[in-house]
Write a protein that binds this ligand. Sequence first.
Ligand code: HEC
Length: 236
Amino acid sequence: MNNREKEQYLREYHVLKSQGKPFFPYAVLKDSAMACLVLVVIIAMAIIFGAELGPKADPSTTTYTPRPEWYFFFLFELLRVVKPPALVFMATVGIPTICMVLLILLPFFDRNPERNPLRRPIATLAGITVIAAMAYLTIEGAVAGSPTEIEMKVPHSLEPGKAVAASSGCLGCHKIGDNGNSGPGPQLTKIGARLPRQAIARTLINPTPPMPTYSKLRQQNPKEFNELVDFLSSLK
Ligand code: HEC
């Protein structure tokens, strides 16, 4: 801002200030009206669309798919795509924190008096980019496959076993490829190389706690059980 602009700004500011508008009732009235409007919209939406309560929490379920609230989908998606453990902290805590700090410091490093978005290309572009990136990540996060899906290429004949593994809660304790948690159970990515088929089946029927037994699956659905074991022994 050069001196002439500064003087003009101060003059305009002085005029505006001397004309002045009192906070009460001018600003208070405006704010109250807007607050009422927002409230009415929320009430109307609750009446028209209803406010659904999810099912009651069931501590014994093994098929529950944990999902964040929609406004955290972008972080959820970041966590999902960033696989190397060394980068996870940077991507999910580091980058959002840096963005927030930059936003808080904005008035200190951006001293541009212009208010027209077109005359502030960098700020405008940065704002649009952030919103677009968050929108993109939110959409990706919303349509992302559930964590009970195993993203991994396998021969067609092993697809059924992969589906059984995916829906049986193994991923809660085991990692298969890039899927699942890395504990408390060991990695299963190469389990077929480590254990013979028989031993895998035996582990499923008679596991060491905390791993639950899958003998019920064998009794009730031997076909699925065999498909599961086929899939696991193929992991080499
Ligand atoms: C509650 C957590 C949990 C769940 C769920 C679970 N496991 Fe395990 N699993 C473990 C733990 C812990 C071990 C290690 C036990 C030990 O110390 O021998 C293990 C061991 C194994 C082993 C032997 C690994 C080795 O290297 O010896 C196999 C195979 C296995 N699990 C497969 C599965 C499959 C397949 C499923 C899903 C159908 C499953 N597990 C579900 C916790 C779990």
